[in-house]
Design a protein around this ligand. Structure first.
Ligand code: ATP
Length: 520
């Protein structure tokens, strides 16, 4: 039903559909974003969010029958790549699109280089303009600073302000629509609030925002309305202020989810399964951790505290300067360990940045899922494709990978479904120690529940689990113990009922006192 906000929509789409071969990504979607509205776009993995955004970016052509209006003016579809600029739309994706080695100012003006006739840039004048632009939104960025020296939240702020600046420079339009596609992963709560302050500042200056996220708390905080996609259709459009979290979850998943039930029942831990002693890396400094049998241990802290380095050092994805890891009676010197030797010892690392570290996009789902167990698939000299498909099919069933098509190219799965394949691929090797780095980043609330259950099952069967994450809700849901790091050292350990989302956050921020180094 059209609301008053729809009548003066900055962007209005009707009957948007998109099929890829036999599968339907979007099916008759209507969406209206009001002037100065922050509009959330939510939905399970594979529900069609990225496809919708890619159609606006001119990357995909929609199926015939769709209609688009920008500020009340009909716009012909399909859009060509780059059309969005002259229409007053800008995109900020999770990877932000900044060049770290270039300065803040060069990054701000990167779009200007690309525009014919704008090669001559008055740098001094632009630097003054940039300072004024940042000051307008309460930011204190130095235009001459290299982006690689900025904090994560400063980079995200720069990417968002740049997007706003690019559209306000467009001569042909008054439209200012920012599409923020998961801009907050890995940011601690206080930094998310800084970004939201910026978003509110941009809205006060006339911008509208489409905010895509899996974080329901954040969406409830920043949006005015929410559109929920399910299986490519609009499941609901909700006014945020009048909506409870449970209603949003139900719209996303299509059923009720008992959020409290996702919390792990407390178990009595067994004997020591894995111990890490005297670990040192670029940030981590003399850290010792013991994981007991049947125990899931979380690692967290502020960005730069080193909590995520621990799992990479324990697998030797990054070579440790010093430290020992003892597993099943074998002690490994971490300064000499290689990933091959780690895998042979039953250690697996599931990295957070799956696009670059964990996925081969040009191979099928079956190929990706089979990579760690190829040795088991050799029939004579050939690798059995049927065997690989069978294994991948069974894993896809357990991990609810959608669609259930092992022959699909990995690059053609949605981001969250790729993550499920990565988890499935390593879990089938029955590891002794699983090192997780942001395991449910980009994964929807329904799949998250399944993944938590699988991690718990693995731990019940004796696998030791170390999970590095900045998602305190996730840690509170799955961990028996949560270790907090600051400046490379352990500063707190929460156990049992002391673990909660606010308690973890509090320890992360109150962590500039004494450091103890080890916890068992
Ligand atoms: N290029 C493609 N070829 C074939 N199928 C595709 C392609 N891109 C997306 N799909 C399919 O379209 C559907 C919607 O995917 P989309 O990436 O839009 O989901 P999403 O809501 O963004 O998911 P996520 O939250 O996991 O990022 C999925 O079933 C996906 O497998």
């Amino acid at each position: 039903m059209a609301s008053p906000a729809d009548a003066m929509a900055v962007l209005r789409i009707e009957n948007l559909s998109k099929r890829f071969g036999g599968s339907t990504a979007l099916d008759g979607v209507d969406l209206a974003i009001g002037a100065r509205e922050v509009h959330g776009l939510l939905g399970q993995n594979g529900s069609g969010k990225s496809t919708l955004i890619k159609i606006l970016a001119g990357f995909h052509a929609p199926d015939p029958g769709a209609r688009l209006w920008i500020n009340g003016h009909a716009v012909a579809l399909p859009l060509k790549p780059g059309d969005f600029r002259r229409l007053g739309i800008a995109f900020v994706h999770q990877h932000l699109g900044l060049v770290p080695s270039m300065s803040v100012l060069e990054n701000l003006l990167i779009g200007e280089h690309a525009v014919a006739g704008r090669w001559r840039i008055a740098w001094a004048r632009e630097a003054e303009r940039a300072k004024a632009l940042f000051a307008r939104f309460g930011m204190t960025l130095d235009p001459a600073a290299a982006v690689e020296t900025l904090t994560s939240v400063e980079r995200a702020q720069l990417a968002i302000v740049r997007a706003f600046d690019q559209i306000t420079r467009q001569p042909d339009t008054q439209t200012r629509l920012l599409v923020l596609d998961e801009p907050t992963p890995f940011l601690p709560a206080a930094d998310v609030q800084k970004l939201f302050q910026l978003v509110r500042g941009l809205v006060a200056e006339g911008a509208s925002v489409l905010f895509v996220s899996h974080d329901i708390d954040e969406v409830m905080d920043i949006t005015d309305r929410i559109t929920v996609l399910r299986d490519g259709r609009v499941a609901d459009t909700l006014r945020t202020a009048a909506t409870r979290k449970a209603d949003i979850v139900r719209a996303i998943v299509g059923r009720s989810v008992d959020l409290d039930a996702m919390r792990a029942p407390r178990r009595a831990p067994g004997g020591d399964a894995v111990s890490i002693e005297g670990l040192r890396g670029a940030i981590v400094d003399d850290v010792s951790i013991t994981v007991r049998r049947g125990e899931i241990v979380g690692l967290t802290g502020l960005i730069g505290s080193g909590y995520d380095e621990v799992v990479h050092l324990a697998y030797s994805a990054t070579r440790a300067l010093a430290g020992r890891l003892t597993i099943s009676g074998t002690t490994l010197e971490l300064a000499q360990l290689t990933p091959d030797a780690a895998i042979a010892a039953g250690i697996v690392l599931i990295p957070g940045d799956r696009q670059s570290d964990a996925v081969v996009g040009t191979l099928t789902v079956a190929d990706n899922a089979s990579l760690p167990v190829l040795g088991r698939q050799r029939g004579g000299w050939a690798i059995s494709a049927r065997g690989m498909n069978r294994i991948a099919g069974a894993l896809a069933e357990t991990f609810d990978v959608r669609p259930r098509d092992p022959s699909r190219l990995m690059a053609h799965l949605s981001g969250g479904n790729q993550q499920k394949v990565v988890l499935a691929k390593w879990f089938q090797t029955a590891p002794r120690l699983i090192l997780l780095d942001e395991p449910t980043q980009g994964v929807d609330i329904g799949a998250r529940e399944q993944i938590f259950r699988i991690i718990r099952d693995m731990s019940d069967q004796g696998t030791a689990v170390l999970c590095a994450s900045s998602d305190h809700e996730q840690l509170a849901a799955i961990c028996d113990r949560v270790i907090v790091l600051s400046r490379g050292r352990i500063v707190a350990s929460l156990e049992g009922d002391a673990i909660s989302k606010p308690a973890i956050a509090e320890r992360c921020y109150a962590s500039f006192g004494d450091t103890t180094g080890s916890v068992s």
